[in-house]
Design a protein around this ligand. Structure first.
Ligand code: SF4
Ligand code: MG
Length: 320
């Protein structure tokens, strides 16, 4: 089974940047086989960095990433290759990630042939099968990316990822560029493929509504830190962190029940200079003195429900 556990700490930004950006700190995340984990936060919260580290695109600068129980850093070449193929990424803008000069046949079929997953003689048939799986007419294999709609291009991106027989797919804003009606079709395709192929997903989005539609468990991030983790229904029914409640307040379909939640105020601070204490304190309607000086730890409220807020601490024992 995919046992991907990572303790990722203090990831650095690009080398040519003047300042060190600790995009993700102390994220401790276990992805279970067959699970869809949603990662939500505003842009700049470190969720893409987390996805890129898990997909092996960026190395963790500290901490450890494990895949199928093995630390990635200690893998043999063969294990590393299995990890590289086993974790695939799907991006926001399919047009930018598909080579405009290549036909779908090659976009989808080249890598599996190179990696020896299919013989060159079986490529056309292999690609046709993948196209059917993602709901595209196999006759379109001879076409180029510009001959498809946005939704169809994202299906090509999904077929390309599936071609390498992944176990875990990291979707980074995979439906953000699509019309709402197309978004729903692609989200449903992800769920169908999960059933059919026993896939696991890390589903990254700024949109809690989208994430709630597909995820079993949700991770809420703010300025490079995880602030809440819970099963999806708990995030929606009993959110513990003020930031999560603020995100819920922005979902129009929930406004009747969420009237007591206050939408988020102010701008996201620069990740280069995160506020002291609880990084959310300048925007939090419940902030008090301690929040400015002491960073709340991510603590367990119940099985599977974690939150990092001073208000979520258990009351002090009597007499203490
Ligand atoms: Fe708000 Fe304080 Fe909780 Fe941070 S620790 S979320 S500032 S109440
Ligand atoms: Mg991003």
């Amino acid at each position: 089974p995919v046992d991907l556990a990572g303790r990722l700490a203090n990831l650095l930004g690009a080398r040519n940047q003047p300042s060190v950006v600790h995009a993700v700190s102390d994220v401790d995340l276990q992805v279970r086989p067959g699970e869809v984990i949603g990662v939500v936060g505003e842009s700049g919260c470190g969720k893409s960095t987390l996805g890129r580290v898990i997909a092996g695109i960026n190395p963790p600068s500290a901490g450890e990433l494990r895949y199928e129980g093995k630390p990635v850093a200690a893998m043999t070449a063969a294990e590393r290759k299995a990890y590289g193929l086993g974790v695939q990424m799907i991006f926001q803008n399919p047009m930018a990630s598909l080579n405009p000069r290549m036909r779908v046949l090659d976009i989808v079929g080249e890598a599996p042939v190179v990696h020896g997953l299919v013989p060159a003689s079986g490529k056309a048939e292999y690609v046709a099968g993948l196209m059917r799986q993602v709901g595209l007419d196999p006759d379109y294999a001879q076409r180029y990316p510009h001959q498809f709609s946005g939704g169809q291009r994202q299906r090509i991106g999904i077929a390309r990822a599936l071609a390498l027989k992944p176990r875990l797919i990291v979707c980074d804003e995979a439906v953000a560029a699509l019309d709402v009606s197309i978004q729903a079709q692609i989200l449903n395709l992800f769920l169908e493929l999960r059933e059919r192929l026993s896939l696991t997903y890390l589903f990254i989005s700024h949109n809690l509504g989208v994430v709630g539609h597909v995820s079993d468990r949700v991770v809420i991030m703010y300025l490079g830190r995880v602030v809440e983790v819970a099963p999806t229904e708990v995030i929606f029914s009993r959110p513990a962190h003020p930031y999560t409640r603020a995100l819920l307040a922005e979902l129009p379909e929930l406004d009747a029940v969420r009237r007591d939640y206050q939408p988020i105020q102010g701008e996201l601070p620069s990740p280069l200079r995160p506020p002291s204490g609880c990084a959310f304190h300048p925007r939090c309607p419940h902030a008090f003195d301690r929040c400015k000086v002491e960073r709340p730890e991510l603590r367990r409220l119940q099985d599977g429900h974690l939150s990092a807020c001073h208000l979520n601490e258990p009351p002090a024992p009597a007499g203490a």
